[in-house]
Design a protein around this ligand. Structure first.
Ligand code: GRF
Length: 213
């Protein structure tokens, strides 16, 4: 099968990126990480990409704190397109993307979030889950839309929240599931099996030879 060309945007540690790289290099998923972009110059994710032989570029975000300057968002789009990116995977990318970006990759921008959405969007969500007293939390892979962590849900995995959990302990338990379902979701996209019906994502059979994925 032709490999799905994925561009990863990451601001930090890069463990989800590494999980995707590992499975891609091992041939477990039909995904090629074509380019990694970061708004943070010393993001470990950039070094992880370089170590794996993947082009990795720091593109400074401009003067805003939670978004990219419009001109710079355009640079991100241009670089991704120049690398033949079909799907954009956000992996700990700490900035909101706008319509121009989403329209450049319609239905092809995905994110991983460490809660069972729609519960606990935003930041520090493991602490919020513990403080709220939920008994289960987990990970969500979803399409990105104009809101924050509010797009259609592709895959979720649940983990228990235990009495002695700290945010760090819970985060580590969730992270194992993030790594698993993010790669799984990308593989489903590579197989052309993700169908969007309103807000509902249905996993269908692989399209016949010659049909578009
Ligand atoms: C992950 O918990 C992800 O769900 C959230 O940011 C964190 C990124 O971690 N969006 P990493 O950089 O992939 O290790």
């Amino acid at each position: 099968m032709e490999k799905l060309r994925v561009g990863v945007l990451a601001s930090g540690r890069g463990s989800n990126l590494q999980a995707i790289l590992d499975r891609s290099i091992a041939g477990e998923i039909d995904v090629e990480v074509a380019i990694v972009l970061s708004d943070v110059e010393d993001a470990p994710a950039l070094s992880l990409a370089k170590t794996a032989g993947v082009p990795a570029i720091h593109v400074p975000p401009g003067r805003f704190r939670t978004k990219l300057e419009p001109e710079i968002e355009k640079q991100y789009i241009d670089i991704l397109l120049a690398h033949g990116v079909e799907v954009v995977a956000l992996a700990g990318f700490m900035r909101v993307l706008h319509d121009d970006f989403l329209n450049a990759f319609p239905g092809k921008v995905v994110n991983i979030h460490p809660s069972l959405l729609p519960a606990f969007p935003g930041l520090n969500v493991q602490k919020k889950a513990i403080d709220h007293g939920v008994k289960w939390s987990g990970a969500t892979v979803h399409f990105v839309n104009a809101g924050v962590d509010s797009g259609p849900i592709i895959l979720q995995a649940a983990v228990p929240v235990l009495d002695d959990d700290t945010p760090d302990i819970l985060a580590a338990r969730i992270l194992v599931e993030e790594h698993r379902i993010y790669a799984q979701a990308l593989q489903l996209m590579a197989e052309g099996r993700i169908n969007l019906d309103g807000r509902r994502v249905r996993v269908g059979p692989a399209p016949a030879e010659g049909e578009l994925r």
